[in-house]
Design a protein around this ligand. Structure first.
Ligand code: PLP
Length: 238
């Protein structure tokens, strides 16, 4: 079996097992393949293995791959998730090319995405990035700011606020990993208490190659996996 296909089968088994261990239905957890720095050929291998959701961090690199693969396979088949830091001068390209943005970390970014989202594409799915461990070096809303931001962003016409995303500090033990994921889950539940039924957040984007089991045990609905699908990345020069 080719390497990427084999890796996907291993990761899918981990996702399924983690869901079962948490008494959850494995279909509640979407496997998002993080394809930053990978070429279109690698993405085609993942598509052949059945994946249709891809996460990208770098706008220019991503739009080239999106254009190429949309031409080959049609617009509808693939779902593109922007998960990297987003600068305001790049919001238009993201609004025009992606189905999801997980890394909204400022109100202004959300406002621009809503203004720039082409109506024909329907609302852009959004997660708020939360700096769940309050790390100075990490972007994201603090836990305290997130509810206020959510109540503003929910009013924006061309966005659909779906949930929260976090990249916790890396932790060795699964017990320690679970603490940050549980905090994000709690924050989501708290925010939902202030939202109408039709607006309730259904998404927790949490868990990567090294901590997806802990994330799924705490309610993750999307795990973002790069290394364990495509292999180790070369360091990005930029
Ligand atoms: C790169 C990246 C991932 C994937 O991380 P791996 O450890 O390679 O699985 C997930 N989420 C975000 C936001 C990333 O930037």
């Amino acid at each position: 079996m080719p390497k990427i296909e084999n890796n996907i089968s291993l990761v899918s088994n981990r996702v399924e097992q983690a869901a079962r261990d948490a008494n959850r239905d494995p279909s509640e957890v979407l496997l998002l393949a993080v394809s930053k720095t990978r070429d279109a050929a690698d993405i085609r291998c993942a598509i052949d293995a059945g994946l249709t959701h891809f996460g990208e961090n770098y706008v220019q690199e991503a739009v080239e791959k999106i254009a190429l693969l949309s031409e080959e396979l049609g617009q509808e088949k693939l779902h593109w998730h922007f998960i990297g830091p987003l600068q305001s001068n790049k919001t238009r390209v993201v609004a025009e090319n992606f189905n999801w943005v997980h890394s909204v970390d400022r109100l202004k970014i959300a406002q621009r995405l809503s203004e720039q989202r082409p109506a024909a594409l329907g609302p852009l799915n959004i997660c708020l990035q939360v700096n769940i461990d309050n790390e100075a070096s990490k972007s994201g809303f603090s836990s305290d700011e997130t509810l206020t931001a959510a109540l503003e962003i929910i009013k924006l016409p061309n966005l659909r606020l779906r949930g929260l995303m976090a990249i916790p500090q890396s932790q060795q033990s699964e017990e320690k990993q679970k603490i940050a994921f549980a905090a994000l889950h709690n924050l989501r539940d708290q925010i939902n208490q202030s939202l109408d039924n039709s607006d309730k957040l259904d998404t927790l984007s949490m868990g990567m190659s090294n901590d997806l089991e802990a994330a799924i045990s705490q309610g993750s609905t999307m795990v973002r996996v790069g290394t364990d699908i495509f292999g180790k990345r070369a360091a990005k020069q930029s």
